[in-house]
Design a protein around this ligand. Sequence first.
Ligand code: PSU
Ligand code: MN
Length: 291
Amino acid sequence: MIRRVEEPAVALETTLLMHGVPAAEAMPLARDLARIVREGGASPAVVGVVRGEAVVGMTDAELEWMLGEGAVPKVNTSNLGLMLHRKRSAATTVSATMELAASAGVRVFATGGIGGVHRGFGERWDVSADLAALARFPVAVVASGVKSLLDVESTREMLETLGVPVVGFRTDWIPAFYVRRSGARVDARFDDARELAGFVAAELRRSGRGVLVANPVEESEAIDAERMERWLELAEARVGEAGRLGGRDATPSILAALHELSGGQTLRTNLALVRGNAALAAELARHMHGG
Ligand code: PSU
Ligand code: MN
């Protein structure tokens, strides 16, 4: 593994850049996130697999190369090792990013939303490896909760089963990505970043597991719940049966359909929430490092 980062550090994932936003937005977003993390007093560490090498702290050149490749697959903890073995390149999801961040000693990670329990899991099991990773790797994941295309309540239950604390930053509710609140509650609310950092540092050390820090998108960029539900129905219909039932390609195709259907609103909200998470993650990393 290549580790190219100084503490306090904030890990950033490549799947979000490669598969979560339109290609034209990826590099500008990456640069923006890096700037936000630096302004928050921490160093950005983009995580990915570059030609068979796991990298924590990708260079701009490596990232530009990867984003230009087009056909780089997303990997989770199950196929990360295979990509290394076969000397391939891959974009890391939350689970694979957590694993690599943990082995590099990076304790804070900012993303958009985590994967979770898909709707319809009673018919066919599709639960993101992100949940198991939260129970395995001592990394705090700052995210705007769970994508609304998932079953948020079931995801919340599963996190509890796995023993993963879910804490809200200035909220009592787990956000549903574009929407500021779902019907599921956090375990505890923190209003002060320094106090939250104190809990996170102690909890990672104590439990050896992860923590989910739920940070809702700023109010001015949030999407109303009913409107979101309508767009989601349309997007799922467009993507079709394969998309609805899940699989690794479900998320990227539904997100792309949503961006189009909403006239770009979901994309604007998506970008805003990731930026907000990067800012909070940097603040946490700084406090956790004694700053
Ligand atoms: N949420 C988004 N955009 C994304 C993802 C989540 O808004 O691109 C990515 C993250 O990398 C997350 C992954 O870890 O999707 C989950 O995929 P799956 O359901 O296949 O585990
Ligand atoms: Mn899945």
